[in-house]
Write a protein that binds this ligand. Structure first.
Ligand SMILES: Nc1nc2c(ncn2[C@@H]2O[C@H](COP(=O)(O)OP(=O)(O)OP(=O)(O)O)[C@@H](O)[C@H]2O)c(=O)[nH]1
Length: 562
């Protein structure tokens, strides 16, 4: 790695709206630089996770070091592929901290979309060079000239700076590499200074522990060095350093300006903080600014299906959060579901992907309960807070056919199905992005669910006053369908304070498990009675009513559907 002087290094990222072609462009860049062989099968090479390949989306930023000869010089181009979906924008902003420039990919047919704008501003605020790339010019409906005008109008980038390509066919992709060299500056670093390395990402390997992705701002690091984490102050010996090409390729040393990986026997989440600065033992440095921690937007309870799986699930969640530090984890417990956690995610897709990764990468199966959003409650005698509907903030015309609208919304109104409704109302044309605008007051009420007068703690929820009646009714109906009949009548009620807003009744009945056993075989009877007793363990008693675990899960799901 010593061959590459700082002048011959470029660190860049590809950013875009979802599906505009980042991963396809990354595949072509990898082929052009001989990093991977050119075959028809190179599809989303950097999307290594099973969930990414199944869903065809990038959820995790990936790094690849490309070697490229141009005008007689050899360059080291470090590419960081980033996710497009809004739920993963935290990955994008972290990746940008290791870069000096970005390729902003825009679909020649769809033009500028919500995440194009959001990602552009992330790069702009980080003062990175932006190279606009108009992709998919091979499409029949492509209109690169219109997109060029949009880019000029919205981002103030002269249209002659746009590179028009087809990542699919490889058209003009070589020009993109040349623009990276010409328009993105080399990193501003000092190799003679003591080591200062930023941990911008990390993954967990079962055998080798934490693999930290690092960007070197100063100095050199080699195998055998003793390094210190500015965060924990713990000393670690470096076992391996190298570059991602795109798979790990060990090297003797990494130099300032380069991006690579480092393994130093860190075994634990707390030892591998993303945003941490690493320095050489006895040569302390001023730590780099690091990252703002991600702000969870959607919360869900997570429990093992069987409590005996608690410890395995705990370790799986810990390992996965090393790789996805935007998930927040707090211990929680529920009378119905046992010990578990309350996890915070950046959005619903993020929650689904995390759940799928737990299953696929760690073989864990879990119960997820209703996602909720955080509220701050002000308890007054009336217990009530003023409502606020969506408020329009501004409107910008991107071109004759497109308009960008900004609204202030209650988060609760958008987390569940807003995006889907928007897509179907606009026949797929509208796109959507959001950012947290802080807490606002609203008329929210706490809704209790009661069984024969006893509150079921697991089902207490916060709902908007206007929706309380419909949510309460739906929960009571769902509970009625899922509660087994018992020896006595059960009143199911939804209540706000002392006011009952919905009610259903389950008639009395006794389930005789021996009903179908006529005479004879005592062992069979015993078996059925034993099974009934085991079944009872999975029940939760509310007063004298037995509620099966399934019933909770079904009702919790209704709450999120409403
Ligand atoms: N016709 C055409 N299709 C393209 C081109 N580039 C990408 N695509 C297609 O567009 C779709 C999305 O491409 P991806 O590269 O996966 O998009 P992405 O931006 O990486 O998507 P995320 O990782 O989910 O954000 C795929 O079906 C590609 O085959 C192109 O130049 N022309």
């Amino acid at each position: 790695m010593s061959r590459f002087s700082v002048e011959n290094i470029r660190n860049f990222s590809i950013i875009a709206h979802v599906d505009h072609g980042k991963s396809t462009l990354a595949d072509r860049l990898l082929e052009l630089t001989g990093t991977i062989d050119k075959t028809k099968n190179n599809k989303q090479v950097l999307d290594k996770l099973q969930v990414e390949r199944e869903r065809g989306i990038t959820v995790k930023a990936q790094t690849a070091s490309l070697f490229y000869n141009w005008e007689g010089k050899q360059y080291l181009l470090n590419l960081i592929d980033t996710p497009g979906h809004v739920d993963f924008s935290y990955e994008v902003s972290r990746s940008l901290s290791a870069c000096q420039g970005v390729l902003l990919v825009v679909d020649a047919n769809e033009g500028i979309q919500a995440q194009t704008v959001a990602n552009f501003f992330l790069a702009f605020e980080a003062q990175l060079s932006v190279i606009p790339v108009i992709n998919k010019i091979d499409l029949k409906n492509a209109d690169p000239e219109r997109v060029e005008k949009q880019i000029e109008k919205v981002f103030d980038i002269p249209s002659d700076e746009c590179i028009k390509i087809s990542a699919k066919l490889g058209t003009n992709v070589e020009r993109v590499l040349q623009a990276v060299i010409e328009r993105i500056p080399p990193p501003k670093v000092h190799r003679k200074n003591p080591l200062r390395a930023l941990v911008f990402d990390s993954t967990f390997d079962q055998y080798r522990g934490v693999i930290a992705n690092v960007a070197l701002f100063d100095g050199v690091v080699s195998k055998g060095d003793k390094i210190v984490s500015a965060h924990t102050k713990k000393i670690h010996e470096v076992n391996e350093v190298g570059v991602l090409n795109p798979n790990e390729q060990p090297a003797h040393k990494l130099y300032a300006g380069q991006v690579g990986y480092l393994i130093a026997g860190m075994k634990d989440v707390t030892e591998a903080q993303i945003g941490d600065t690493l320095y050489l033992h006895k040569q302390p440095v001023e730590p780099l600014p690091g990252f703002k921690s991600a702000k969870p937007m959607v919360f869900a309870g997570m429990y093992p299906i069987d409590q005996s799986e608690y410890n395995n699930l705990k370790s799986a969640i810990e390992k996965l959060t090393i790789n996805d530090s935007s998930v927040t984890v707090h211990r929680d417990s529920s009378l119905a579901l046992g010990a578990g956690w309350r996890l915070g995610f950046l959005g619903l897709l993020h929650m689904e992907v995390f759940n799928q990764r737990l299953e696929q990468e760690y073989n864990a199966s879990v119960i997820l309960t209703t996602p909720t959003v955080p509220y701050k409650a002000v308890l007054s005698s009336a217990k009530l807070i003023k409502a606020r509907r969506a408020v329009q903030k501004n409107m910008i015309f991107i071109d004759q056919n497109r308009v960008m609208l900004k609204y202030l919304f209650p988060l609760n109104e958008i987390v569940v199905d807003f995006y889907d409704s928007l897509k179907s109302l606009s026949s797929g044309y509208a796109s959507f992005d959001y950012e947290d605008a802080g807490y606002q007051t609203a008329e929210l009420v706490k809704m209790d669910i009661l069984l024969n007068g006893n509150i079921v703690e697991e089902l207490v929820t916060i709902v908007h006053k206007d929706k309380a009646h419909s949510v309460g009714k739906a929960v009571c109906e769902r509970l009625k369908d899922s509660l087994p009949r018992q020896l006595f009548e059960i009143a199911i009620q939804a209540a706000i304070g002392s006011k009952i807003i919905a009610r259903e009744t389950v008639k009395a009945y006794r389930k005789n498990v021996l009903a179908k056993c006529y005479g004879g075989d005592i062992t069979r009877k015993m078996k059925l009675l034993k099974r009934q007793a085991e079944g009872k363990k999975k029940l939760r008693k509310v007063g004298n009513i037995e509620v099966p675990r399934d019933a909770f899960i079904k009702v919790l799901k209704t709450q999120s559907d409403k």
